[in-house]
Design a protein around this ligand. Sequence first.
Ligand code: AKB
Length: 317
Amino acid sequence: MKNVLIIGSTGQIGSELTLELRKRYNGNIVAGYIPGAEPKGELLESGPAEVVDITNEQQIAEVVSKYKIDTIYNLAALLSAVAEIKPQLAWKIGMDGLFNVLEVAREHHCAVFTPSSIGVFGNNTPKDKTPQDTIRNPRTMYGVTKVGGELLSDYYYIRFGVDTRSVRFPGLISYIAPPGGGTTDYAVDIYYEAVKGNKFVCPIAAGTFMDMMYMPDALHAAIQLMEADPTRLVHRNAFNIASMSFDPEIIFNNIKKYVPEFTMEYAVDSLRQSIAESWPNSLDDTCARIEWDWKPTYDLDTMTKDMLSKLKSRNLK
Ligand code: AKB
């Protein structure tokens, strides 16, 4: 039996990860949320839910004690573009919040998964097939908190034995909860506009490549890493994982294969563009493949077919 707390359970990753964990484990899988972002529908009905504000250490500790939690998925974060607008809040959630989670985990012997991101890399990092162990010098607050988060999580493992693990997520593409505030969000929005029959106005310039991943692979990565044999892990915080890399032209043309009337124009957003240009074109995920058998299932074409069919069945307006 596993008892899991998901902090940020109603966000893009949390809303799907919580349901996946409930299918997989028969313990208490607690959906942590903040007021204003309450769980609804299946997420609310299929298991316990509690207010858990990551900035409140005591609140986290009370829920961990109440449900005898052994694993925390810490999904609270501001994404890259919004973190540039609210850097103080990004720090409070990303660093102070993580510190609270790690302290509770240390006292209550919990394992912790905290997503990292391709945002840990910066302009001096090798751009193509970015290695696992390389320069991490972001110039965004999001990247700073993600590098800090990786270091702090490794510190808690080395110093206190807290079982911390993480992956560097690329842009995540999904059809249930929207991302909101990221640099890679365009690769989600483009599907919604295609299905609604609208022209897509792309905020990222043609020729800008970034790693992306379909949500089922991302969920699988998080769960598979947390279940991995610890004796095989050379790395912990955080593993490069990859499944596809494309620029706006490539994803547009792939969607157009199935929606021939679809059109796109560019209105480049300077903030998102500068962040995108500082990130790698593609990551080398060899260490994840060797240390815990990471292997993605979806490529661009299989993802496009699934996204379009799932969104079409929702009759979007
Ligand atoms: C973002 O664009 O901020 C995120 C990320 C790649 O971490 N999707």
